[in-house]
Design a protein around this ligand. Structure first.
Ligand code: UDX
Length: 477
């Protein structure tokens, strides 16, 4: 599903709206390209504050970043770019005031802003808009589609397993594994399509004691709303989660259309990063094949200063070469340096610390031999794609369940720590043993099998291609 596929014009026009977060913007961008390459007109909605961050990070001030790909070949298709306000001031701290923001998101003014924008697009656009493709986390997507007489597709950017767990939260409640004064601790074996799973491997929000937060309200509402949509598109592959997907398909129109990855020329030409990317290609070039550990905990996870110190000392004492993406505000409320004094000097030449980078470039580089990851779903798919075994340190949300898939079910990664507390001695020892060539060989063998699954799904007769084509055919009816 590369953007240079043969483009057939259809009369379909999709309005596509990602969440404002990095792990959602990336797959939504690529989904837009995939659909446009198959003749669907796309209007990509982006919030002004997100657009501003991307522009600041990339220095590219285009009215439509997708146009960069069209120059010369015109193969990308018709993608329009619409910047809208979410109704809050640009400098409002959406991550720092998350719970308040979620209230705005659910029942505050966000719905009205989006409704207004869509009303205008629907009125003025040709071909006529016929479908909304919204992130599953928008709890009012089906209402919005109904309001304009449009079909509604929900795009789920996490694994099908995680979808099924949220979708069946009522069963977890009924059986006493969730939202009870004293949740059961025994394995859960009754979620349709999900093999027995330990409560410790549930999504963090389904392990929380306090289930009255705005985050929980949003999740519950979103998974009520998703029952009303016409299609669920998921960034997974039929062959990767066969049992879960086939079971979900008996319950709702579930289309596995992954892997949806920003890669190759797309990644270098469409700016999507919310932070400026530091270039480490020259540094990587100086390292021998498979010798570098890439360390990144994604775009959302926060740590205590103490945890960051332990990771730093663990990396130092492991004596392996590493690139560590230490995002700004990884330690909330910390403005001063969070690394141990003199750390960068101690690891100079062997380790490089960056605020953000081009992860695809790093993972695809021959020098990269392992990925110490928080198990964000995009990172996992990218790691499989570039055949880089994972050392897993999940922090929260779906990452906890994703770890189980990677380590326990697929054997393409190992755990960083036994417990959630992290200590430098354990980290150093585990990194050293992971980067040792032998244990990684077996992981690499397994990851190659998964990579082939992903690759095959994208071939002309592959499962994901078929589902995308089926989705487009359905729209045309
Ligand atoms: C969040 C959740 O944490 C994740 O579990 C969920 O599946 C999606 O939303 P995030 O923390 O951002 O995602 O992790 P991930 O899903 O891995 O997405 C991060 C994206 O940022 C990846 O596409 C990765 O390539 C990119 N990235 C990361 C960079 O481009 N540069 C970096 O330095 C780090």
């Amino acid at each position: 599903m590369e953007e240079n596929s043969t483009q057939k014009h259809t009369n379909n026009h999709a309005i596509i709206c990602p969440l404002h977060l990095q792990g959602h913007i990336n797959p939504f961008t690529k989904l837009s390209l995939n659909l446009a390459s198959k003749g669907v007109t796309v209007t990509f909605l982006i919030f002004e504050h997100v657009q501003q961050e991307i522009t600041k990070a990339s220095g590219c001030n285009s009215n439509n970043p997708f146009e960069a790909l069209s120059q010369g070949s015109n193969l990308v298709g018709d993608i329009r770019y619409r910047v809208i306000s979410d109704g809050l001031p640009l400098d409002y701290d959406r991550s720092g005031r998350l719970m308040e923001y979620l209230h705005w998101f659910m029942v505050g003014g966000l719905y009205d802003q989006v409704e207004n924008a869509i009303g205008n697009i629907v009125l003025e656009s040709r071909p006529k808009v016929n479908v909304l493709i919204f992130d599953t986390f928008y709890p009012w997507a089906s209402k919005l589609a109904k309001r304009f007489g449009l079909r509604c597709a929900s795009f789920w950017t996490e694994p099908a397993t995680v979808f099924s767990l949220y979708y069946h939260v009522h069963l977890l409640r009924q059986h006493g594994h969730f939202d009870c004064p004293d949740n059961r601790k025994d394995p859960i074996d009754y979620i349709p399509g999900v093999n027995s799973i330990e409560p410790k491997d549930l999504i963090s929000y389904l392990q929380d004691k306090d289930t009255s937060t705005n985050m929980h309200k949003l999740l519950f509402q979103a998974f009520q709303d998703v029952r009303l949509v016409d299609y669920v598109l998921c960034n997974t592959v039929q062959e990767l989660e066969p049992h879960t997907i086939s079971t979900l398909q008996t319950l709702l129109p579930f289309y596995p259309i992954g892997p949806i990855l920003l890669s190759g020329p797309t990644k270098t030409r469409i700016p999507t990063s919310l932070w400026a990317e530091s270039d480490c290609s020259e540094w990587l070039q100086s390292k021998s094949p498979g010798s570098v550990l890439y360390v990144s905990f994604g775009s959302l996870a926060n740590f205590s200063k103490n945890d960051v110190m332990e990771i730093a000392y663990g990396l130092r004492d492991s004596h392996v070469d590493f690139i560590w993406v230490l995002r700004p505000r990884t330690v909330l409320d910390e403005t001063s340096d969070v690394l141990p004094l003199g750390f960068e000097d101690e690891v100079r030449g062997r380790g490089t610390i960056l605020p953000w980078t081009d992860q695809i470039m790093v993972l695809s580089h021959p020098a990269t031999g392992g990925f110490l990851t928080h198990c964000g779903w995009n990172s996992i798919l990218e790691s499989i794609w570039y055949e880089v075994p994972m050392l897993c340190f999940p922090v929260f949300t779906d990452q906890i369940t994703n770890r189980k898939l990677v380590v326990d079910d697929w054997n393409i990664g190992v755990n960083l720590c036994k417990e959630s507390t992290i200590q430098r001695v354990e980290i150093a020892a585990q990194i050293k043993s992971f980067m040792n060539q032998k244990p990684r060989e077996e992981l690499k063998k397994n990851i190659r099998v998964k990579r082939n699954m992903l690759q095959n799904a994208l071939e002309a007769d592959g499962s994901s291609q078929k589902y995308v084509n089926k989705f487009i055919e359905e729209l045309s009816k």
